[in-house]
Design a protein around this ligand. Sequence first.
Ligand SMILES: Cc1cc2nc3c(=O)[nH]c(=O)nc-3n(C[C@H](O)[C@H](O)[C@H](O)COP(=O)(O)OP(=O)(O)OC[C@H]3O[C@@H](n4cnc5c(N)ncnc54)[C@H](O)[C@@H]3O)c2cc1C
Length: 193
Amino acid sequence: MDKRVAIVGAGISGLLACKYAAARGFTPAVFEAQDHVGGVWNHTIESTRLQNARPTFEFSDFPWPSSVEDMFPTNFQVLDYLQSYAHHFGLLPYIKFNSKVISIDYVGDRIRSWDLWGKAFGCQGNWILKVIHTKDNFTKEYEAEFVIICTGWEIQWFPKYSKVWSWIWGRDIFRQSVAFNGLISSGENEWRL
Ligand SMILES: Cc1cc2nc3c(=O)[nH]c(=O)nc-3n(C[C@H](O)[C@H](O)[C@H](O)COP(=O)(O)OP(=O)(O)OC[C@H]3O[C@@H](n4cnc5c(N)ncnc54)[C@H](O)[C@@H]3O)c2cc1C
């Protein structure tokens, strides 16, 4: 069975999700509304710098280049670092740029696959993502066994998550762990990063 993981967003969270999904043998497809990786680091004002110290914003398997000596790198250096990560680990072929997800629906019974994360599993249903390919101006539906939402705080990018919203917030329905980058909800506990 082809274990497909749809990942929405190619900021730092989406890049990490893509890398580790691929490493575990899943088939990731990253949908990115814009035409580049790096998310918010493409849109910061010029004076922006990393607010936390560089060692606390470092991939465990991809150190900052030695040319970056400042403890608080500039926005350009951060963006360059994220782009280099994507190139280094060969993530670009997985990313569909100019591809904005406009809805996500789950078709099938409740998800049981989470219990089997990382193992061979059978799915009760599929996620259906409707995507607008903005450059070529057409809409297409994609299916996946898993969806990882990595849209940062720009939740307004999603006009409608259809059933996903009620499942995330309706924990009586959706009891498994939900990672919504920035916000993690698991059963009764909920906390923000
Ligand atoms: C000005 C500023 C300064 C910051 N400084 C720091 C800092 O110093 N240290 C720190 O740790 N964090 C900082 N942050 C937080 C920042 O959000 C994180 O560093 C990190 O970029 C978040 O990555 P992300 O992948 O979760 O989200 P993002 O970087 O926001 O990426 C989300 C991606 O999802 C895409 N997307 C959204 N909706 C859709 C859709 N419907 N379909 C397809 N694609 C979609 C977007 O185009 C974007 O590329 C800062 C944020 C801002 C705005």
